[in-house]
Design a protein around this ligand. Structure first.
Ligand SMILES: Cc1cc2nc3c(=O)[nH]c(=O)nc-3n(C[C@H](O)[C@H](O)[C@H](O)COP(=O)(O)OP(=O)(O)OC[C@H]3O[C@@H](n4cnc5c(N)ncnc54)[C@H](O)[C@@H]3O)c2cc1C
Length: 443
């Protein structure tokens, strides 16, 4: 016999949806799952992080939609847990509350001048080009000839690549029109990606690195000096993935800066030490280049700097938080306070393990959490009948929160396709929250 469970999942990104899916697949529990998201739309960073020119990766939303459309699952979009409804209210109604709220904050470089305008985080820039409702339309005006992207991971390469896409290529994505106009009309012709360490330690994948080579009219510039490895790095380069990376970089270095109106430079062993400004706007960045005692500094003129040095989770009221790692402390997915499980609360995804891994990693992660939920449901006295709380939907309606349910999202989805049709594009994202809400209720 299976145990009935009422479950709230906070967050409709990959980890939240995998959690709902795995609970639905379990034959040991019969779970009714409500998935909350603070945005009127589902899918978290698949919609607002994964690069718009990577439609294949984004196509996973087809499988995610099947999970959310299941009659045993309800989607409550436009509901911020901790604001529109409290954790205590959720715990009054649900047997299980799973936090899958991701890591939406950014890390800072901690160097002088970071406050200057023209300097932003990848978190903000990615949100803006992805049409996130919290990112203002006017947030970015991209000026100057040179853009500097600080970071050696895939997100830094996404930013650098998108700044180099042609308007035609951008129009094949679902980016909002104002974003395409801003990128297309920018005078950026030189994008410099700064990685603190050498190429052996780079975090980006070979797939993303190879993709740079197919950018239209753009030369990928790598300094051969960066590919000279010390004894320790040579050991690291024995790893097949790293040796492939080195081979790709060597090909770029051999090609030199031939064949491009634009350049995208991959600069290793290079870090910014200071940002200088004029009238509050960034004017140049001081770079320290080299290793050990052999460091040289140069100033590079730029009016546009993006730091892409990692995402970080933020604290939720009523839950413990590890400030240092930016995650909720847990044991196999069970939220832990003073070494004890905070009964009925669980965690999964980036807010559980930090911002690492690909979309599929969240499935393994959700599996661990769901295993813990099922184990606890079967072994601990579960008191669904004693839950006296009111259905959250009633509470939210009484508070006049404009909840976007699954049909509401389907209406927004349809409105985006129609907007695309009007602009002769496959789809164009609606970026304005009130427009989204209007679309959700108008059908
Ligand atoms: C720029 C970028 C590009 C990426 N590209 C790729 C890629 O190409 N391929 C790949 O495999 N992976 C990629 N990833 C990684 C992938 O997106 C993550 O692994 C995944 O999204 C993490 O899932 P999550 O569910 O933990 O968090 P998220 O996807 O962030 O989902 C969290 C959700 O919780 C919601 N939420 C937060 N707080 C609350 C609250 N209080 N109440 C209600 N809802 C709340 C948020 O709105 C959000 O929808 C990328 C990540 C980034 C940042």
């Amino acid at each position: 016999m299976s145990v009935n469970l009422r479950v709230a999942v906070v967050g409709s990104g990959p980890s939240g949806i995998f959690t709902a899916q795995l609970l639905g697949e379990s034959d040991r529990v019969d779970a009714q799952v409500d998935v909350f998201d603070r945005l009127p739309v589902p899918y978290g960073l698949v919609r607002y992080g994964v690069a718009p020119d990577h439609p294949k990766i984004k196509s996973i939303v087809g499988a995610f939609a099947e999970v959310l459309a299941d009659p045993r699952v309800r989607f409550f979009g436009n509901v911020t847990v901790g604001n529109d409804i409290s954790l205590a209210e959720l715990r009054n109604y649900y047997d299980v509350v799973v936090f899958a709220s991701g890591a939406s904050q950014d890390r800072r470089l901690g160097i002088p001048g970071e406050h200057l305008s023209g300097v932003s985080s990848a978190t903000e820039f990615v949100a803006w080009y992805s049409g996130h409702p919290d990112a203002g339309v006017e947030r970015f005006s991209i000026s100057g000839h040179t853009a500097v992207v600080v970071g050696g991971g895939n997100v830094a390469l996404d930013v650098a690549r998108l700044l180099n896409r042609t308007p035609d290529e951008l129009r094949r994505t679902d980016m909002p029109e104002h974003v395409i106009e801003a990128i297309a009309s920018s005078g950026i012709r030189d994008v410099r990606v700064l990685a603190r360490r050498g190429p052996v330690h780079a975090k980006f994948t070979n797939k993303e690195l190879i993709e740079l080579g197919s950018l239209t009219d753009c030369a990928i510039v790598v300094d051969p000096v960066d590919l000279e490895l010390n004894a320790e790095d040579q050991e690291g380069a024995a790893n097949p993935l790293v040796s492939r990376r080195m081979a790709i970089l060597k090909e770029y270095a051999d090609r030199g800066s031939r064949g491009g109106e634009r350049t995208l430079r991959l600069e290793f062993n290079t870090r910014p030490t200071e940002l200088q400004g004029d009238n509050g706007h960034v004017r140049s960045v001081r770079l320290a280049r080299g290793q050990g005692d052999d460091i040289s500094t140069t100033d590079v003129a730029t009016q546009f700097v993006v730091r892409s040095i990692g995402y970080r989770g933020c604290e939720l009221v009523g839950l413990p938080f590890d400030e240092h790692r930016g995650v909720i402390p847990h044991r196999e997915g069970r939220v832990i306070v003073d070494e004890e499980h905070l009964a009925g609360t669980y965690v999964t995804g980036w807010i559980k393990r930090g911002p690492s891994g690909v979309i599929g990693t969240n499935r393994l992660d959700a599996n661990e959490t769901v295993t813990a939920i099922v184990e606890d449901a079967l072994t601990l006295p579960h008191a669904r009948s004693e839950k006296s709380g009111v259905d959250p939907l009633e509470l939210l309606r009484a508070r006049e929160v404009a909840v976007v349910d699954w049909n509401g999202w389907l209406s927004i989805d349809q409105a985006e396709v129609e907007l695309g049709r009007d602009l002769e594009r496959a789809r164009v994202k609606i970026h304005d929250r009130s427009e989204m809400l209007n679309a959700a209720i108008s059908r």
